[in-house]
Every structure is written in C-alpha cells, then in structure tokens.
Design a binder for this molecule. Sequence first.
Ligand code: GDG
Length: 476
Amino acid sequence: MNDNRLLIISYRLPFSFKTENRVTSVKQSAGGLVTAVKSLDLPASAPKPVWVGCADFSPRVWEKYKHLVNDDFEYVPVFLDKTTNKGFYNGFSNSVLWPLFHYFPSYVDYHDEDLNAYQAANQAVCDKVVELLQPDDLIWVHDYHFLPLPMLIRQNKPSATIGFFLHIPFPSYEILRLLPEKCRNYLLNGLLGANLVGFHTTDYRVHFLRSAQLSLGLAHRLGTIENGQTKVQTGAFPIGINYNLFHDAAADQAVVQERLDLKRSYPDKLIFSVDRLDYTKGVMQRLDALEALLRQHSEWLGKLVFILVVVPSRDQIQTYGERKQMIEQAVGRINGLFGTLTWLPIVYRYSDVTFSQLVALYTACDIALITPVRDGMNLVAKEFVASRQDQQGVLILSELTGAANELGEALLVNPLDEYEVADQLLYALAMSPDEQRQRMITMQERVASYDVKQWATDFIDALLTTQQDEQASRVI
Ligand code: GDG
C-alpha cells in the first residue's frame, strides 16, 4: 500500500442507527465485506479512506447523528428515493442478478422498470463519487449492485483508477446469455470500465473473460482485455477471514461459558449450520439429508441434535418469504416424525446470534454442515475452521462453494444428493479424533496463511500496479 486515498463503494455502509427508549446509537455491521475492508493495513500517513454507500436512514437522521459514527473512515451516504431503492435492490439486484449468477434462472423476475431503477441508482452513486474524486485516488467498487459503475465513472473521469470485486459467482456464459442482450452487454461493458476486476476463483474469472469474448467480441490475453484506452486486468482473489479473531475468540470467557451451556444442553453429537435465509444456501436439501440419515440409521435417533440457525434476510422479496415457510414446515415435519417427548432432532432458530454465541456454536459442534447449492466463497466454513483451537470437529462442505477450492480436506459433498450427504454425515459422526486433527490442521494452515488482510492488501497492490502502469504509459 502507499499513500493514495481509498474510495470504497458498497451497497450498504458498515453501520446502521438504532433507536431504543428514545436513545439513538450506532450499530456496527459485521459481514464479510465490512471485516475485510476494515482490516486493511493503511499507512499512518495515508489520508482517511472514504466509504460511499446507500443510506438506510433519512438525511435528517444523518445530520443529527453522524457525529456518533466516529472511526478511521469518512462515510458518505447516498440517499435514494424509496421507489428507486426498491427496484434497484429488491428488484434488479436481488431478483435478477442474484438468482441468475447463482444458477437459479427460474427465480429471475425481470422488469424493465427495475433495470431503470438499477441504472438510476448507479448513476446517483457515480455522481457522488465523481464529486468526491481527487487525483491519484484508488476506487474500489464492491459487488453485483454496481456492475455498471466502473464505466459510468470512467466516462466522467477517464484517468481514474478503478478496481471492482465481485463477491458472488460469475456464471458461465450459457447462464449469462439468458439476460436480454442489451442488458447483458450493458453489464459487461460496465465492468470493462475498471482497471482491475477481481473474483473469488479462477473459474469465475474465466467465465467473465469468455462472456466478454462471446458477447462483445473482445479477446483477452493473459487475463487482460484491451478495451479502447483501458487495459482491464482480471484476477482471482479468494477472500479470507480474520483468522486470529476467530481463533482467539474460542478461549474468550463469554465463549467458554456459552460453549459449556451448549454442551450441557446437548451432551450427544451436535451438528451445526448458520446461513442467511437464502435459497442458494441449500437449507432444504440439508434437511432432506438429515431425514435420510435418520430414516436409514435409526441407531442415531435420540443421539444427535442438529442446531439450524437461519438469519433473516431480504424478507421483502416473495421467494425469501416462501423459503422461510418451506424450511419451517420441513423442520416441524422432521421433528414430528422422529422426535419423542424428551428429544427433538432439530433445534431451529430464525434470528441472528451474537459473535460469542456463533463462536461457541462453531466450537461446541462435532460437525459443521455447510451445504449451499451455490456460494461465491462461504466465510462460515473458514470461520469454523479458524475457531477450532482444539483441532477437532468435522467440516462437511458443498463442492459448489468457492471455499471448496481451498478446503479439500473437508468432506466435500454434492448438496443435491441427500444420500451422499447422509453417508458423509455418518462417516463424520464416527471419524476418529486423529483423522479430525489431521484434516483440521491442514485446513487451518491454509486459512491462516491467506487471511482477509492479505486478500485486501493483494487486491489494492494489484490495483496500484495498474495505476502505475497507466501513468507510465501516459509518460511514454
Ligand atoms: C457473500 C457471498 C462470500 C452470519 N450469521 C451470523 C453472522 N454471520 C456472518 C458469518 C459470515 C457472514 O455473516 C456470512 O458470510 P458468507 O460468506 O457465509 O455468506 P454471504 O452473506 O452470502 O456473503 C459469499 C461473501 O459475500 C464474502 O465475499 O463468501 O459467497 O454470498 O462472516 O459469520 N455473524 C453473527 N451472527 C450471525 O447470526 N455474529
């Protein structure tokens, strides 16, 4: 890193305001992106980075309470009107791009007016960025909400240095081409305004390069596309986690106490999963696998418990509400089918848990059952591995996550095959402590060696190199 100022753009700002008993306070968010960006090692001499995002509060609330948000970043909210935000976020972003990029084309609900709102929102954010931009700033745009933003900024500021990172999969061309051509080309051209486009895996990167070739006729050489004046470099940057935070937390007093309570309540084998409520996370398939296990192996009845934590998410979108009902019906059915007066196979929570509870669950369980049907990376798998100071516990992981590329010592499964998952559950339930340790140690070494700080630093360093190359080519 050097002394360039960093401008970060993401859909949400990393905090929200909460009012309780008429007292307003700031609540910090703790998602993967926030942790990643906040863990950047900026030189002391570097100017304060600026974070631009869409406000989920009014301009009045911001003016009144912005003094409460006081940390190492300067925050700039963009205020969108309700209709634009709905079409932008619930509409085009989460009812078109999210399902399509996760290979759920039948869930796509495309409307021209949502695309218009998406364009309007990107334009509003672009206007704000252009207003703030200073020479030599590095711009780092995050995620599928802002695919057109690099080109919008480029059109206003041709010499800007723009990096883009996609947190979700980039699908194969056969999926992308389901979008109307005008829309597909608009999105691809948008990304091609960046100097650097980053993905979690090489596969996603290759899908993007191939889509640019097939859709726009743009060739690539060594992962770089020449787009007029701009050289667009691409790279795979698999996001990591704050390894030490999770590893050390396992010994925190609060976590130890929570873990003891859990062990006391569930003395038998404990299986655990936590996900946002989302059809991509494979919760229904996971429940099918548990049911298959209990049907086929009645010796486990009464001897295991599955703690299923589902975190509310995007509840204004119809498919998400339906998913919640489906999960709750399946939990009720399985508990009704196999449960007794003194034992239920599934403990279900529809709410988030505190950080201490999360780490206590990671470290109390015997098996982490992480089986999305598609996931860009999946940080939960890495957090589970990091938190196991005892080097015990088995990770069952879907091969359809980005994380599976790095965690080959997990029991990798296809989440759609309930019998395969049930077999692996059976294997995990009987795995010797020695085998658990061997698998865990290797995974821990890998997750620790490429943590979130390294991820962010590598991305920014690569972006800086593109800036230096551009400046050098202008001098020549
Ligand atoms: C997107 C991509 C990619 C969850 N519940 C609680 C809680 N969490 C935290 C986890 C983890 C994060 O939220 C979830 O991250 P994931 O990676 O699993 O999934 P997405 O939210 O879908 O994230 C994904 C990621 O972006 C980063 O690029 O890996 O593929 O879809 O950090 O710990 N934290 C607490 N309580 C909860 O109840 N404290």
